[in-house]
Design a protein around this ligand. Structure first.
Ligand SMILES: [Fe+2]
Length: 118
């Protein structure tokens, strides 16, 4: 079983890579943009695909950093620190079932769950 984590910005690049690897790997998943896409699928060649897995980290944040500091940076254009945000964590990703003999994906299920603080 082969899994490709394609760390890239453009969705077109990720989709093209997924299509190019269809039938050659079990799963192509995009990362980097931190926002989960809803396009999970299995291509004809048996490769599961998701353009972006999404983020695992603080739910009330800007890509995991404290909101106020990031907003201040964009408003002022001045450099500042970006402390890690706290609070409840969101867990995003996908679970792929793969036929061990053929390496073909047989199912993909995207998940996006808020883990409440205990
Ligand atoms: Fe990145």
């Amino acid at each position: 079983m082969l899994v490709v984590d394609f760390h890239a910005e453009a969705t077109s690049e990720k989709i093209a890579m997924g299509r190019a690897l269809d039938g050659k790997v079990s799963f192509v998943v995009g990362t980097h943009t931190h926002v989960q896409t809803a396009d999970e699928t299995i291509f004809d060649g048996g490769t599961a695909y998701l353009t972006d897995a999404g983020m695992c980290g603080p739910d009330v944040s800007v890509l995991g950093r404290q909101v106020d500091s990031v907003v201040w940076k964009f408003r002022t254009g001045l450099p500042t620190r970006f402390p890690i945000a706290g609070g409840a964590v969101r867990l995003c990703g996908a679970i792929v079932d793969v036929d061990e003999e053929s390496g073909r994906a047989v199912a993909i299920k995207r998940f996006n769950r808020l883990l409440e603080e205990s």
